[in-house]
Design a protein around this ligand. Structure first.
Ligand SMILES: Cc1cc2nc3c(=O)[nH]c(=O)nc-3n(C[C@H](O)[C@H](O)[C@H](O)COP(=O)(O)OP(=O)(O)OC[C@H]3O[C@@H](n4cnc5c(N)ncnc54)[C@H](O)[C@@H]3O)c2cc1C
Length: 374
């Protein structure tokens, strides 16, 4: 397949022109996002930016037109993420959960009423989503979650603790996976889109080694969530959650790879007089080029066949490990601050750790013996 034939340079030019006329908040004020933290003013600014994207038809570009998207192809979606990042936006970080996976999950599994209620607000920045899946004792093994949900009239009463919910302290709603039947590992899971302002929910930000409160713990203490927030069926949550994770992983890396290309370009001038650094940088540059080629191949195959490319399973592992190496180089060579390097550890964990990704490749691609299952 000739990947380049599938790219859409006219769409790329349209985006570049639009971003030139409509600079992202970060492009106008370089201090935004430097601390990798958001205060109330920064959140409001990001909501405004999301609204402007939506008004221009640039929010949820790959969503079907009947739900407010522009029905963009996978390749156009990739180009959008690249150009948004190139224009200085942080890749729509705060709205990533809503636009990239909560919305598509609702389109796949929601009722018409749920879609009408939430999709417009996700697109225009009025509803900020977080993901509440992981728990202190269950994340790699997500089906082991224990947060309980008991039906009481037309509500589910939820009790338990979620952890590592990215930016949940700023969110309005969350993707919430709960256990509605203690005796059935997969069939006892239920998926909700819960209002985070429900009485009985407490959110406590978690400050990490970078100094920023990137995550939050979310405590549910008998929180009464209306049954009309259940997506899919009670007990049907596993299929919905795995669909969410598939959407989450399929779009995440375009912005990261453009960020690495920018960093390598910035680093080049500083390393020109040092042959050792120059050689290391040149090797990293080749690797970034190769991972971008892999991303394009995956997207082109998906576009041609309508199915995720078999190679896309390796992308998360390869991209986040390379990100770690480039960020380490830049921190040591002094061409970037240390925050990007510290954050790169987390990216090897979030969305499925590198160890788990390697296990999956070993079992499914190389046919090595399976891990014992719980
Ligand atoms: C940047 C970031 C963002 C995140 N955002 C969210 C979010 O928004 N919402 C949310 O719900 N969660 C989020 N998480 C949580 C994330 O999904 C979990 O941290 C991740 O799934 C790993 O789970 P754990 O931390 O409980 O580690 P564990 O599952 O306890 O694993 C601990 C260690 O053991 C290894 N390990 C575990 N099982 C195996 C095995 N079978 N074979 C080999 N090694 C194994 C792991 O690789 C890891 O090194 C985020 C995490 C990070 C770092």
């Amino acid at each position: 397949m000739r990947v380049l034939e599938l790219t859409d340079e006219a769409f790329r030019s349209e985006l570049r022109e639009w971003f030139l006329r409509n600079p992202a908040p970060e492009a106008l004020d370089a201090s935004i996002g430097l601390s990798h933290d958001y205060d109330a003013e920064a959140v409001a600014q990001q909501r405004d930016w999301q609204k402007r994207l939506a008004q221009a038809g640039l929010s949820g570009v790959a969503w079907p037109p009947e739900y407010g998207g522009r029905g963009a192809s996978p390749m156009q979606q990739l180009i959008f993420h690249e150009e948004h990042q190139r224009a200085g936006g942080r890749g729509g970080e705060l709205f990533f959960v809503g636009v990239s996976h909560a919305g598509p999950t609702l389109i796949a599994y929601g009722t018409d009423a749920q879609r009408r209620r939430w999709l417009p607000g996700i697109l225009n920045g009025d509803i900020l989503f977080a993901q509440c899946f992981s728990e202190p004792g269950a994340a790699s093994d997500l089906a082991a979650i224990t947060t309980r949900a008991v039906v009481d009239g037309d509500h589910l009463v939820v009790t338990g603790e979620k952890r590592w919910s990215t930016r949940a302290q700023h969110a309005d709603r969350c993707e919430l996976l709960v256990r509605s039947d203690a005796g059935d590992r997969y069939g006892g899971l239920t998926y909700l889109m819960a209002d985070l302002r429900t009485p009985g929910i407490t959110i406590r930000p978690t400050r990490t080694v970078t100094g920023a409160a990137e995550f939050a713990e979310v405590f549910f203490d008998g929180a009464r969530i209306p049954l009309d927030s259940v997506v899919g069926e009670i007990g049907g949550g596993w299929a919905v959650a795995t669909t969410t994770l598939m959407f989450e992983r399929s779009t995440a890396f375009a912005a990261m790879i453009v960020g690495l290309q920018n960093l390598i370009t910035r680093s080049a001038a500083c390393c020109a007089d040092d042959p050792v650094l120059a050689q290391q940088l040149s090797e990293l540059s080749d690797d970034v080029f190769a991972v971008r080629a892999l991303l394009y191949r995956c997207v082109a195959e998906q576009q041609a066949s309508g199915q995720p490319s078999p190679a896309s399973g390796a992308l998360k592992l390869i991209a986040t490990e390379l990100n770690h190496r480039v960020r380490r180089f830049a921190a040591l060579a002094g061409t970037d601050g240390v925050v990007g390097y510290l954050e790169s550890f987390g990216l090897r964990i979030g969305g499925g750790t590198s160890e788990i990704q390697r296990n999956i490749r070993a079992e499914r691609v190389l046919g090595l013996p399976r891990e014992p299952r719980p």
